[in-house]
Design a protein around this ligand. Structure first.
Ligand code: IMP
Ligand code: MG
Length: 185
């Protein structure tokens, strides 16, 4: 899917495909340097982090295992509430292992903060967090300390590179905003 398929539904491109690739190269270097000589279990949070998991994993030299969790955070429309339920739990036992949570975007940070607490109780050796995108609210509230961030975004609802609106647009290679008329459909 690309901008042409979006027609007038696309407002602006905020982060281009090239910018994503370049930034992921930098993040992979930093993450490899951190784990030097160790292995890491990458935990992707479904469904939004599918793209960043796939792209980041291929850039890492560190030996990795991939696992996935799906959580639902009760909330209305485009805001989360912090009340989280596990829809799909990890397959791997994380006790004594290096865990890298891979997130698509952090907004209030409530989902992630719950997840970190939950995973910490399973006694991993180490937990780190990588998020491809971050909203201003997450920076203000400092709900969770994020170890690696791809891009800080303005306080707007965004789509693409894994992020959806009503399950659409996840397969856009860039991140953008939607024209107002889309929300009125
Ligand atoms: P938080 O709990 O408020 O940090 O919400 C985080 C989750 O909400 C992310 O993992 C996304 O699934 C979703 N989300 C937050 N902001 C956006 C956005 O701008 N576009 C699409 N999904 C978003
Ligand atoms: Mg998510």
């Amino acid at each position: 899917m690309d901008a042409n398929d979006m027609g007038s539904d696309l407002k602006d491109i905020l982060v281009s495909e090239d910018e994503i690739t370049t930034r992921l190269d930098e993040l992979a270097k930093a993450i490899d340097a951190y784990y030097a000589g160790e292995e890491v279990l990458m935990v992707g949070v479904l469904r939004g982090s599918a793209m960043v998991m796939a792209d980041l994993a291929r850039k890492l030299h560190t030996p990795i295992t991939m696992d996935w969790m799906a959580v639902s955070s009760y909330g209305s429309g485009t805001k989360s509430s912090g009340v989280v339920r596990i829809l799909k739990d990890l397959t791997e036992d994380i006790m004594g292992r290096n865990v890298l949570i891979v997130e698509d975007i952090i907004d209030s940070g409530l989902t992630l903060s719950w997840l970190v607490q939950n995973l910490t109780s399973r006694e991993p050796k180490d937990i780190k967090i990588m998020s491809m995108f971050r909203k201003p609210e997450a920076v203000r509230s400092m709900e969770v300390p994020v170890d690696w961030v791809g891009f800080d975004l303005p306080d707007e609802f965004v789509i693409g590179y894994g992020l959806d609106y009503a399950e659409r647009y996840r397969n856009l290679p860039f991140v953008g905003t939607l024209a107002p008329h889309v929300y009125e459909k």
